[in-house]
Design a protein. Structure first.
Length: 409
């Protein structure tokens, strides 16, 4: 059977991770999160970064030992040797990518409305089709587009930071407009802003040296994205009232309008289109690679047809098509916040299993004692994996409790 082409180094992998995290978060979900907690959104950013970092370290260690595109499926199998658990993990991981791609595509549609007055749903479907075509064309083309689009989206965020520096002192980050409950609600939403680092493991078979590249790329992606998020958040809240920002369909464009005028609004709306399109592309790539990985004959979990690689393009073309087709119905939901919450729940379930897998493998002796090892350990016990497990479970329980509370009103 044909294999995927190895063309991704540390630079491309790091840009891949940063581009996915920044595009999915600050451009897509900032307004929804600010509406939940106000200026204390900065605290929520830090809490969400903690959840991502703890689990990111677990991914880094596991990916260093098992550098395969099927990632989470393989970690669960190595730890528990339970095929059903591995399959459930893979299904949740695929659902995460599919739903997240739909959510970011809807965000693309909202920014697109600044130029053409169309509903976000048909625009979202259009960008999903275009990005799926690029996904099929090849990883080298996708990587080049990702490099360009990530540079553009980072330039937009740096612009927001610069025009808002003078206003940072006016932000009351300890002003909890909706109490601690609001802070945690925003944290749950902002967790979506960190989705992306886990997708690095799913392109392992297209990396040149995945065992060393993945841990470093995960660290770079989460660290750089957190710094950018905090600075952009301070500028956004310094320039625009949190209630106005929370009601905006294009929050960063609204910030640019307040800080620089109408021309900046147009420029930031255009940059946001590059950022969200970039994220859709990367989500479609990683999700199709998970589907490809667990369809291999050695696992026999998904139909083997999805493991076929195009003889010329060297991409899993049937998996690419499946992911595109299944993503569209979620885009038809039309509610960005609701779709993002669904993606979060699916991903948090995956994070629970990933952290449990590392905790188990530390004692089972199945994992090799080579490669990257997460810091902060008591003997074989991984403190960071335990914290990743607790915070992931905590966010799931908080969301479910809030859902029950609102449904009883």
């Amino acid at each position: 059977m044909a294999e995927l082409k190895r063309a991704v180094g540390l630079l491309e992998a790091s840009v891949y991770g940063v581009g996915l995290i920044l595009g999915a978060g600050i451009y897509a979900i900032l307004g929804e999160a600010v509406a939940e907690t106000g200026e204390s959104i900065i605290v929520s950013f830090l809490l969400a970064a903690g959840v991502a970092t703890f689990t990111g370290l677990s991914y880094a260690e596991l990916a260093s030992r098992y550098p395969k595109g099927e990632g989470e499926y393989l970690y669960a199998w190595a730890a528990f040797e339970n095929k059903r658990l591995s399959e459930v993990t893979a299904i949740f991981r695929v659902l995460t990518g599919i739903i997240a791609a739909a959510a970011v595509a809807l965000a693309f549609g909202q920014y697109f409305a600044a130029f053409v007055p169309l509903s976000s749903v048909p625009v979202a479907i259009g960008v999903l089709v275009v990005m799926s075509a690029i996904n099929f064309w090849g990883i080298e083309t996708s990587a080049r587009i990702n490099l360009l689009f990530t540079a553009i989206e980072i330039a937009g965020l740096l612009f927001i930071i610069v025009i808002g520096i003078r206003t940072w002192g006016s932000v009351e980050i300890t002003q909890f407009e909706h109490g601690i409950s609001g802070v945690f609600s925003a944290t749950f939403l902002l967790f979506f802003a960190y989705t992306g680092f886990e997708s690095l493991v799913n392109i392992a078979e297209e990396m040149k040296t995945p065992s060393s590249t993945i841990p470093r790329a995960i660290g770079i992606s989460i660290g750089l994205s957190t710094v950018v998020y905090l600075l952009v958040g301070l500028s956004a809240l310094g320039l625009v009232n949190w209630q106005v920002l929370g009601d905006s369909q294009a929050p960063l464009a609204a910030v640019a309008l307040a800080g620089w005028g109408e021309d900046a609004f147009v420029v930031l709306s255009a940059i946001a289109l590059f950022a969200t399109a970039n994220t859709v592309l990367i989500l479609l790539i990683s999700t199709s690679r998970v589907t490809y990985g667990i369809s291999k004959a050695e696992y026999n979990s998904f139909p083997a047809v999805f493991a076929r690689v195009h003889p010329k393009r060297k991409t899993p073309y049937i998996a690419v098509s499946l992911v595109a087709l299944v993503t569209i119905p979620f885009a038809l939901m039309g509610d960005l916040g609701a779709v993002a919450e669904l993606a979060n729940l699916a991903l948090l379930a995956v994070f629970v299993i990933v952290n449990l897998s590392l905790l188990k493998l530390r004692y089972s002796g199945d994992a090799q004692e080579t490669g990257y090892r997460a810091p902060l350990n008591i003997g074989r016990f991984s403190i960071t994996a335990f914290l990743g497990l607790i915070t992931s479970v905590g966010l799931i329980l908080f969301y479910l409790a809030e859902a029950v509370r609102f449904s009883s009103w």
